[in-house]
Design a protein around this ligand. Sequence first.
Ligand SMILES: [Fe+2]
Length: 306
Amino acid sequence: MTEVRAGRLRGIVMRGPGLTATVPFYEDMWGLSLAHRGDDAAYLRGTGSEPFLYGLKEGDVFGIEYVHFAMPDRSSMTLLHDQAVAEGARVLGKPGEFDDYAGGWGFEMLDPDNRRLRFRCDALEHGEAPEHAKPRKVSHVVLNSPDMDGVADWYCRVLGFRVSDYSADQMVFLRCDAEHHAIALVRGQYPSVNHVAFEMPTIDEFMRGIGRMKQKGHVPTWGPGRHGPGNNPFAYFVSPSGFVIEFTSEVQQIDETTHEAQVWPRDVPELMDRWMTAGPPTAAQRAVMQGRPDPGWPELAPVEPA
Ligand SMILES: [Fe+2]
C-alpha cells in the first residue's frame, strides 16, 4: 500500500537542439513570460505562483529533461524518497538543496522509461499575476511508452498515483491530486513525449488564446474540441521545435469518495469529441504526437545509491 502521494505537477523541462531560440514563440504567441535564463536553458512562467512552468534546455536529443512535481514539505519529501527506495525505484541520491534558479529542496528519480522526475519543495514562488488569456499552469503531461501498463503500475505503486480513466486499451489517465490527470500514458513504440497541456483559467480565455495564436498564423493542428475522459476542452498546436502543446481549461476535478475509473470507447465520436467540433486527429497529428524517441536521462550518468 502506497503511503505517500506525489505532489502537484509543477511543469516540465524539455530538451533538444535549438530550443532556447524558440523563447519568443512562447512569449509572443503562447502567452508565457521569460523568468530566467542560464545553464543553456530558458525557464518560462505562467500567471500562477510557480517559478516556471516550461523549461527549454539545449541538448543533442529531443525529449524530456525532467518532469517537475511539488511536495508539501520536507517530511513528505523524505517519506516519498524512502518509499521510492523501498519500491526499488532508481533514485538519484538523497533529498538535498537544489542550486538552480528555482532553488528549494528535494530529489530526483527515473521512471521505468528512464524519464527523470524532479520533486521539489520550498521552491521560489512568484506572486500570482493574472493576465487575460495567458496560461496559469501546466495541466498535464502525456507520455508515450512501450510498456504503458507497467509504467502506469509503477506511477501508482511508487508515487501514489491513481487511475482516473482509460481510453480503450490505448491510454490511461493518472492523477496525483483532484485534477483528473497530471500524467497520462499512451501505448507507443518507444518512450517519447506525446504533448504538454497548459491550463487557461476560463473557457473564454481558452478560446481567446486560440484566437491569439490564429491571428499570428498558427491554427490548431487538432481542435478546438472537448475530450470525453477529463471533460476538458482541447486545442493542439505544434511548437517550433516540433513538440505538441495544448491549451486546455475546466479539467474535471475528481471526488475521491465517489469516482470510479471507466473505460471510454474510442469508436463513439461523441465520447471522443463531446462538442463534435474537432473530429478525429489526422494521420499527421497522430504522427507528431508519437514524438521522437527519447532515451531519457543519460545512461552514462552514475545513479548514486540512495
Ligand atoms: Fe491533453
